[in-house]
Ligand binder design. Structure first.
Ligand SMILES: Cc1cc2nc3c(=O)[nH]c(=O)nc-3n(C[C@H](O)[C@H](O)[C@H](O)COP(=O)(O)OP(=O)(O)OC[C@H]3O[C@@H](n4cnc5c(N)ncnc54)[C@H](O)[C@@H]3O)c2cc1C
Ligand code: SF4
Length: 493
């Protein structure tokens, strides 16, 4: 503990967001730079607790007090070593994680928690800038071949760990670019895609091979894959979206968030000059009050929407921890993400406790309005409140109401058949796995959203690392790869 009084002398401080007017006129990340001097003060707030709850809050078991101390002492080189020891991609989590570690920080019991996520991202950004993130190819090759299906954070983490363990790893991705939801779900203003590119350069130099535009189950069957590879990691995500089957759903202009957001990301990649589904000049309604909804808001505003309204069926969440969600659990609170700030600035609204009853179309089959009704809370089964029906303008609607698990396409149905029954899937419809992350099919492992359902990047990386450890032991009889998920760790979010 470098500064025993750090938490008494310094308040929590985060970098400012760029002014709304400025940031919505481009697609760059929203935060201003943060000086090294300010950051070391933030790191010095860490109390180096005897029982650091932040560790347990983090699914990766990040060694948070250690790197806080190293940053305070400006030993950045050692700090990145400690950070990389548990996390392959801190540049993703440092920007995108909701930070269950901060919710669990002991300082958070009666004061503002340590700015752990900011310290994390500054360590990795500096490491890249200084040229310290170099390829780490294995000293020896095993001659074993591993196929990884899907290139989101789970697949990338598994692939990097297995390549470094000496196996020949091929990552198959059906999209035209590598990255999963990091690439085509998360907008540029939350994480610029250059961060993926520089990490992929490291992975390629280490020997990981990527094959894009290949849908496993269609372009190459599950049987062929098992024949050609000694082990397989399934990390295809939970891409089956929840729909809203109300009258008018078929109208033009009603899209799933994951039909809308990737097109915008493709504009940033240079594939289109303008998104084929643009919000420009339109009244936009975003259905779903979560993070995906926030991404739709920020995207629609940058595209020049005439108005944006967000609808949520749940009541407004509390602003402070309610008694039922005590420290160190991850609380569900009212959030003011950058996109919400932009929405408020543009005069848009977040409307809670409402349910959509119908989409209304014009003579050409385009959506022009949305009918909604106020509802009672979840305990009352979201019962409509009579007399509260109303219509709002809606020329573009995005549905961001969550995901139901992995798609049951050719890949998973073929493997389920090999497994000889429905128990290939768990009760929630995700791919079932044992403690080593192996599915019911010998040599076929599963990591990330495909096994745990819709979740978080930090969990995907943790599971990719854990599954890699299982694969390595399966192929080699033993493993030096860490198995980062502690037996006591439970999903907090
Ligand atoms: C819009 C949006 C925003 C989000 N924002 C955040 C955030 O800010 N922070 C956070 O922590 N989490 C966020 N999440 C959740 C997070 O992105 C996911 O939990 C995480 O990406 C899951 O990683 P994964 O590797 O398991 O799967 P994914 O990232 O979903 O990657 C799966 C990949 O597998 C590919 N694939 C699927 N089937 C096949 C096949 N048969 N053959 C070949 N390839 C296949 C898919 O094309 C995809 O590229 C967000 C999710 C969405 C939808
Ligand atoms: S719980 Fe908070 S104060 Fe304690 S070691 Fe972790 S980051 Fe530091």
């Amino acid at each position: 503990m470098a500064d025993p009084k750090g938490f008494l002398t310094h308040d929590r401080e985060l970098p400012a967001r760029r002014p709304v007017d400025v940031r919505i006129s481009d697609w760059h990340e929203v935060y201003e730079d943060f000086s090294a001097e300010k950051l070391t003060k933030q790191a010095s707030r860490c109390m180096d607790c005897g029982i650091p709850f932040c560790h347990n809050g983090c699914p990766l078991g990040n060694l948070i007090p250690e790197w806080n101390d190293l940053v305070h002492r400006t030993d950045w080189r050692e700090a990145i070593e400690r950070l990389h020891a548990t996390n392959n991609f801190p540049e993703f989590t440092g920007r995108l994680c909701p930070a269950p570690c901060e919710a669990a920080c002991v300082l958070g019991i009666n004061a503002d928690p340590v700015a752990i996520k900011r310290v994390e991202v500054e360590i990795i950004d500096r490491a890249f800038a200084e040229g310290w993130v170099t390829p780490r190819p294995p000293a020896a090759r095993t001659g074993k071949r591993v196929a990884v299906v899907g290139s989101g954070p789970a697949g990338l983490a598994a692939a990097q760990q297995l390549t470094r363990a000496g196996h020949d790893v091929v990552v198959f991705e059906r999209a035209d670019r590598v990255g999963g939801l990091l690439r085509y779900g998360i907008p540029e203003f939350k994480m610029e895609k250059r961060h993926i590119e520089r990490r992929l350069a490291q992975m390629r130099a280490e020997g990981t091979e990527f094959r894009t535009g290949v849908e496993v189950g269609v372009d190459i069957t599950a049987a062929e894959l098992r024949e050609r590879f000694d082990a397989v990691v399934l990390s295809g995500g939970a891409t089956q979206w929840r729909d809203l089957p109300v009258p008018g759903r078929e109208l033009k202009g009603v899209y799933q968030a994951m039909e809308y957001l990737p097109l915008s990301n493709k504009v940033q990649e240079g594939d289109y000059a303008v998104s084929p589904v643009s919000a420009e000049g339109k009244h936009v309604v975003v259905i779903g009050g979560g993070d995906t909804g926030a991404d739709c808001i920020g995207t629609a505003i940058r595209q020049g929407a005439a108005s944006v309204t967000q609808l949520e069926i749940m009541p407004v969440p509390p602003r402070e921890r309610p008694a039922g969600q005590p420290w160190p659990t991850f609380p569900i609170l009212f959030k003011m993400e950058s996109a919400h700030e932009e929405l408020a600035d543009r005069g848009g609204e977040r409307v809670y406790a409402v349910s959509t009853t119908e989409f209304v179309g014009d003579a050409d089959g385009n959506v022009r309005a949305l009918r909604l009704v106020e509802v009672e809370g979840p305990q009352a089964g979201f019962k409509p409140i009579p007399g509260t029906e109303r219509e709002i303008p809606a020329e573009l609607v995005t549905l961001s109401m969550g995901f139901l698990g992995p798609e049951k396409g050719a890949l998973l149905t073929d493997l389920a058949e090999v497994a000889g029954g429905d128990d290939f899937f768990d009760r929630r419809g995700n791919v079932a796995r044992d403690k080593t992350y192996m599915s019911k099919v010998d040599g076929v492992f599963v990591a990330g959203d495909m096994g745990r359902g819709q979740s978080l990047i930090v969990w995907a990386i943790a599971e990719g690392r854990a599954a890699a450890s299982g694969v390595d032991r399966y192929l080699s009889g033993e493993t030096a790869l860490p198995y980062p998920i502690l037996p006591t760790a439970r999903p907090l979010v």
